[in-house]
Every structure is written in C-alpha cells, then in structure tokens.
Design a protein around this ligand. Sequence first.
Ligand SMILES: [Zn+2]
Length: 238
Amino acid sequence: MKKISVVFIFLFASLWGLWHMSKSRNFQISGQLISHVENADSLIALTFDDGPTPQYTDAVLAILEKYDVPATFFVTGKETENNIQEAQKIVRAGHQLGNHSYSHQQMVLKSYHFHENEIERTDQSIRNAGYQGEIYFRPPYCKKLFLLPWILSQKNKVSVTWNIEPESFADVRDNAQKIATHVEQKVKPGSIILLHVMYESREESRKSLPIIIENLKQKGYKFVTINELIRDGSDGSV
Ligand SMILES: [Zn+2]
C-alpha cells in the first residue's frame, strides 16, 4: 500500500511538473526560446497575437502609424489565408509577421504530421502576404512540451514568447488604463509585450495601445520589431 502511494505521489508530481513546463514563458526542453532581449538602448517590442481580421487590422495599423511605432503580429495561417489583404497591409506598413500556428489548437500530444502542417502552412501564408524576413514561432496558448520544441529546433526556428501579459490578470484586462499602467510598471529594456487586438472582445486592449505607446515613449523607450530587438540586443533566451 505504501509503495503504491509513493508511486502515485511521484506520478502526480511528475505530471504537475510537466504541466507547468508545458506552459512556461521562458523555458522549453530544446531549441531556442526568447521571452525578452536585454539591451542598453531601452528597446522594447509590442507583439499582437491572432488574426489578422478584417474588422480591426486597419484600426490597429492606424494607431501604429500615428505614433510611428513598428510591431510584430503573430498571425494564424488560417486567418492569414482568409484575410490575405489585411496581412499584406501589415507587411506593407513595415511591421513584422510571426507564425502562431495554422489553426490555433494547443500543440501538446499532437502528431508529427500535425505539427509539420501547422508550421509550414502558416509560413507559406506569411510568405504569400509578402513578408520576407525571418519567421519566428509563437505556440498557441504558449503550450509546448517535447515534440514542438524539437521540430522547431530541427527547422532552426526560434520560439518567441513574452514577459509582459496584462490581459492575463482578471483585475487588469477589462480596463484600458489599468492595462497601460500594468505595462508601465513591469516594463524594462528588452521587454516583449503581448496584447490581443484582433477581436471584438479586446476593445480595451485596443484602447490601451495609444496610452501604452505615449507613456513608454515619454519614459525614453523605443519600440522595435522582434527582429530588431534580437539583432540589437543581447539574447534573453535560456
Ligand atoms: Zn493566440
């Protein structure tokens, strides 16, 4: 009986550890993962997940243009295929596109073929939108365990997560001012900020954008794409 309890506790602890590892923002078992990029020049990056959508791409691009700020859009392959004109607009405006999977399913415990299809089809749609730079990968729900990191490392593809995520806090996410204040309190040179701005439900995130940009510019921060952040900073990967 005692033996069984020990085995059970061990199994439970292992599963608990794996579960935590699978959603870590700054650790994966193989390949390179970047959650921030330390630098001496106060460079930071704005990143937007999901989309592009016909409803909100123009509005987001207009804000970025007004403040002359570049950003990195982690798009899904499916939405990029369906809204290719929006993706093209993002590229033409000088922003960066990243791969956020094709169908936005969590990728743990899926087949090799599933991973291959999700990654390659999305890269293709990003190329079809006219983007020519390096394509980084951001896993849906930040979920990864063994196979995804291994496949990405085989492809020499870097995973890019984030280290500021105001929408993950229930007391912050539904108020633009609180979102902006959260970002202002957490930001450091090299920070990668995650926001969702492509769906109707994230009106407050869209509203927070001008406030975040104005506040951080005033503090001397300079917004760059993930490409520029990685090129100009020292690597914040683990
Ligand atoms: Zn997502």
